[in-house]
Design a protein around this ligand. Structure first.
Ligand code: ATP
Ligand code: MG
Length: 437
């Protein structure tokens, strides 16, 4: 696309190197810095890939252009045409000797934040002006890595023969009980926003066999933690004829291969972030829920058998297990109705969580595939059988045994990019205090 003066971007900042010396280029981006030095004027311009310097020389450009470049507000979007020359700067060894200059849009000051980060802004200010905050390379790097993780995970799942699906997010009945559901008015009827794709992905194993879905889900809980939001991104799989350990292997492979891939393809981003995740070693450690209680007891106190591990328990467990590990065989009463009771112990279930230190990243397990058992578990969970009829009838059509899991992608990105708050890995986070922007 051409500007009014006919300028058109020919190169990105990162391409301005020795191979272009002596050639004419047009760069485009946001003015980060304006530094006059006698008859010279240095402009640093940032685009989505990096930073580039342009020099205006009085005499070599008209006075009018010189003054225009000198007075343009920072963060305005500009195009600059000129010749690539060697510079005196170590950080940016080549620069553009400016000949022409065009302002495509002026940034109106004061801006809500300084995208260079020189004037620090707290998280709320950054979230209120998210697109502008993303001009800061550290913030942008987090989302480039997140996209890289999703790309890699998709590749692994395709290699493993999974089919990508997309299921409804407006649903007529609660998948796992009602408490966490957002209600919506659906033409006068009650409907809900999906809290997971659980029932649909299970159903699809009876024809597509191995499916995955990457989508947003909604939970109406006022959690006030650094790991919960009311809308989050989940990567889910479900596979016919896979048992608990089979789907744990798929999860482990995705984690290992994706971290390896983003380390290779996003070296620049990790350098900007100032952190590089190490490639996790497979196989991941597996401990049972029972063992976790023993470890906690050895460290002081442990919950009673059958109780959930609270944040404090998980923090202490995370001191023992620093990286990725699985906790398997949770008490049946802690798990949703569709989870399969354990083969050898009726108090336990064929379930697992994937942890990273203290943080739960994924939950999964083998599911019930027999209708009679599912009905029994629904009753025990006190759920209304009628509202599950659409789901239950599917189990009469040759439902295969199946297993699956759901991985919280925002939490996983926290781990890989070393962020402390899930709001830093979600573009437009939603919590009970934040519905805009
Ligand atoms: P937690 O115990 O941490 O609240 P959960 O056990 O309720 O999580 P699951 O229903 O097992 O969550 O969902 C699977 C995964 O989805 C979780 O391990 C987590 O990574 C992610 N997830 C669940 N709820 C949220 C949320 N409110 N915000 C962000 N991610 C979530
Ligand atoms: Mg869970």
């Amino acid at each position: 696309m051409k500007g009014r003066k006919g300028l058109e971007r020919s190169h990105y900042s990162v391409e301005i190197d020795g191979s272009l010396e002596g050639r004419e280029v047009t760069i485009g981006g946001w003015i980060e810095d304006v530094r006059p030095l006698g008859s010279l004027l240095f402009l640093t311009v940032r685009d989505c890939k990096g930073l580039c310097q342009a020099v205006f020389k009085r005499g070599s450009v008209s006075d009018k252009l010189f003054v225009e470049a000198l007075s343009v507000p920072k963060q305005s979007f500009v195009l600059i045409k000129g010749e690539v020359k060697r510079s005196k700067s170590k950080a940016l060894p080549y620069e553009v000797d400016a000949k022409e200059f065009e302002v495509l849009n002026v940034a109106k000051h004061p801006l809500p934040l300084d995208p260079t980060g020189r004037v620090p802004a707290n998280l709320d200010v950054r979230l209120d002006a998210r697109p502008l905050a993303l001009r800061n390379p550290v913030e942008a790097a987090v989302f480039k890595v997140k996209a890289g993780l999703l790309r890699a995970a998709r590749r692994v799942l395709e290699e493993e023969g999974f089919i990508e699906v997309d299921t409804a997010k407006i649903i007529g009945a609660a998948a796992e009980g009602g408490a966490e559901l957002f209600e919506v008015d659906y033409f006068g009827k009650k409907a809900y926003l999906a809290q997971s794709p659980q029932l649909y992905k299970e159903q699809l194993t009876l024809s597509l066999e191995k499916v995955y879905e990457i989508a947003h889900y909604f939970r109406a809980e006022r959690s006030h933690t650094t790991r919960h939001l009311n809308e989050f991104l989940s990567l889910d799989i479900e596979a016919a004829l896979y048992d608990k350990f089979d789907v744990m292997k798929v999860l482990e492979k995705i984690i290992v291969e994706s971290v390896k891939e983003v380390r290779d393809l996003h070296k620049a981003e990790f350098e900007i972030i100032g952190y590089e995740p190490s490639v996790p070693k497979a196989p991941f450690e597996i401990i049972t829920y029972r063992k976790a209680l023993e470890e906690l007891a050895a460290k002081g106190t442990a919950p009673s058998f059958g109780d959930d591990l609270d944040s404090e328990d998980l923090r202490r467990l995370g001191e023992i297990h620093k990286g990725y590990y699985f906790i398997i065989d949770w008490p049946l009463k802690l798990k949703p109705f569709y989870i399969r009771p354990h083969e050898t112990d009726e108090f336990l279930s064929e379930s697992f969580d994937l942890m990273y230190s203290w943080l739960e990243l994924a939950s999964g397990g083998q599911r019930i595939h027999e209708r009679w058992l599912l009905e029994k578990r629904l009753k025990e969970a006190g759920l209304d059988m009628k509202s599950f009829e659409h789901h239950l009838k599917v189990f009469d059509w040759g439902m295969p045994p199946h297993s699956g899991w759901g991985l919280g992608v925002d939490r996983w990105t926290m781990v890989v990019t070393n962020r402390r708050n899930i709001r830093e890995t979600v573009l437009y986070p939603r919590d009970d205090q934040r519905l805009v922007p």
